[in-house]
Design a protein around this ligand. Structure first.
Ligand SMILES: [Fe+2]
Length: 486
């Protein structure tokens, strides 16, 4: 029997069990001054009530936690106890509608039902709260030590009924504020913008009207603006109402209408009137960073040279990754520059293709030199490397994973007392398709080509996660805190 290779990895094999242990199968050493916690979020199981789910966005959110201190890493994972999760483990068939999955029972079972909040997309730590985010609804608060679900968080009632809080809030390291948006389709399609201060108090900044029902995943932040670069991913009215009335799922109702071009919206952080511009059509999910360069606003993003059908096909392929080989992995690093007069230039910066951009979070909203990406080398349909892009020199360095291994998003953790932008580590869970397990790999961000300085092997598989965050706070997984209702 031959060993499995990268061609036969099932990155989304469910992990039903919840673990709690110190990682003891280690190669290399955890850097002594690396003390903090990496949290990850992603779909832990892509079935509900025994029925396979139709889209990666639909799986139940499962948090993983790597608490690092004194040379050791403590792993824990817990499902977010959403209504969807709790019902999905006892129901027959999918208990609720999801973005890309219908309930059994046809039209009547689906009409006028909103997709269930599965809290599976990202996890953030802000104002002392750990929040699992999902772009269609409220975030869910969890205990940062033991990952116990505390309940949906509405920021003291500021996030209204059906108020959404997207999965990519942006943080200003100087002010400690967090900026985010929520998509609203009714009665008028718009992106509602929010500011959360360093104490966790939310206020609404206003909103950006959309030309019609549309999908937008990410936002950038500069010192002056929240920056939206909205690809022409639209819900044509007939399809939108078809989805609302249960004739089709929401993800299949999306269309890419290049004739609309890309809408750029600059929403002033002080709540002033948004500036709106239009430019050539782009297709992207993630922004790497945004900042002001003199009078210009600069946004870096990953632009796909593919159709929406190809990209959505890759996002909804939950079987073995060989089935996703319809297009190479990742988008092209691309810089959008918007002058004060509204002149827009679009420039692709390297020939690399990648996804899940991350930066040193201290550089959020100001110019960064380094961006880290999961990359697909040699036209691979899935990530097989980590790339570090140097914007000053226009060069990139790379660490290619061993065959059969896939990197999750790499999160940057700064070295305490470090000054250089890249003085720190990349924290990166890895799917090990050869041993059908997973590991936490840690790279020195100054020299990623050298490979991991630490590899801690988990005792089990870990399905590919979407997004995570790092905090220098060391979680205490064994703490016996009393339950607190959120
Ligand atoms: Fe995302």
């Amino acid at each position: 029997m031959t060993s499995p290779t990268a061609d036969s990895i099932s990155a989304y094999t469910p992990l039903y069990d919840e673990y709690d242990y110190v990682i003891d199968d280690v190669e290399g050493a955890l850097p002594q001054d690396l003390r903090g916690t990496l949290y990850r979020n992603g779909p832990g199981k892509l079935e509900a009530g025994g029925t396979p789910l139709g889209h990666l966005f639909d799986g139940d959110g499962m948090l993983s936690m790597f608490a690092m201190s004194d040379g050791q890493v403590h792993f824990r994972n817990r499902y977010v106890q959403t209504q969807h999760y709790q019902k999905s483990i006892i129901s027959e068939g999918a208990p609720f509608r999801a973005l890309g999955t219908m309930r059994p029972g046809g039209l009547l079972a689906n009409a006028l039902r909103f997709p269930a909040n599965v809290a599976n997309t990202s996890v953030i730590m802000h104002a002392g709260k750990l929040l699992a985010c999902w772009e269609g609804g409220r975030p869910t608060q969890l205990d940062p030590d033991n990952l116990r679900t505390m309940g949906e968080h509405d920021f003291g009632g500021e996030l209204k009924w059906l108020g959404a809080f997207s999965a990519h809030p942006k943080w200003d390291p100087e002010t400690g504020e967090l900026f985010n948006f929520g998509m609203a389709m009714m009665p008028v399609p718009k992106l509602i913008c929010y500011r959360v201060d360093r104490q966790g108090r939310m206020n609404r900044l206003g909103s950006l009207r959309l030309p019609g029902p549309m999908f937008n995943h990410d936002v950038g932040l500069t010192k002056r603006y929240m920056v939206f670069v909205i690809p022409p991913l639209v819900f044509p009215l007939a399809k939108f109402f078809g989805a609302a009335f249960g004739l089709r799922n929401y993800m299949d109702a999306l269309e890419y209408d290049a004739s609309m071009g890309t809408t750029i919206g600059l929403v002033p952080r002080d709540g002033g009137k948004p500036l709106v511009f239009h430019t050539d059509p782009l297709l992207h999910l993630h922004l790497s960073n945004a900042y002001e360069d003199g009078d210009d606003t600069v946004v870096d993003l990953l632009n796909y040279h593919a159709t929406w059908e190809q990209l959505n096909g890759q996002l909804s392929a939950i079987d073995q990754l060989t089935d996703t080989a319809t297009m190479p992995y990742g988008g092209h690093p691309t810089r959008v520059r918007i002058s004060r007069a509204g002149r827009i230039t679009i420039e692709e910066s390297t020939g690399l293709q990648g996804e899940f951009p991350s930066i040193n979070s201290q550089y959020m909203s100001r110019r960064n030199r380094y961006t880290y990406l999961t990359a697909g080398l040699d036209g691979s349909a899935f990530p097989n490397a980590i790339a570090k892009v140097d914007d000053d020199s226009g060069t990139e360095t790379m660490y290619r994973l061993p065959d059969g291994h896939l990197p999750h998003e790499a999160v940057f953790a700064a070295r305490p007392g470090g000054v250089a932008e890249d003085d720190g580590w990349l924290l990166m869970p890895v799917v090990d398709g050869v041993a059908n397990t997973a590991n936490l790999s840690i790279l020195d961000a100054r020299d990623i080509e050298a490979g991991p300085v630490y590899t801690g092997r988990l005792r089990h598989h870990l399905p590919l996660t979407f997004h995570g965050c790092y905090t220098p706070r060391v979680a205490r997984p064994q703490s016996a805190r009393q339950p607190v209702r959120g």
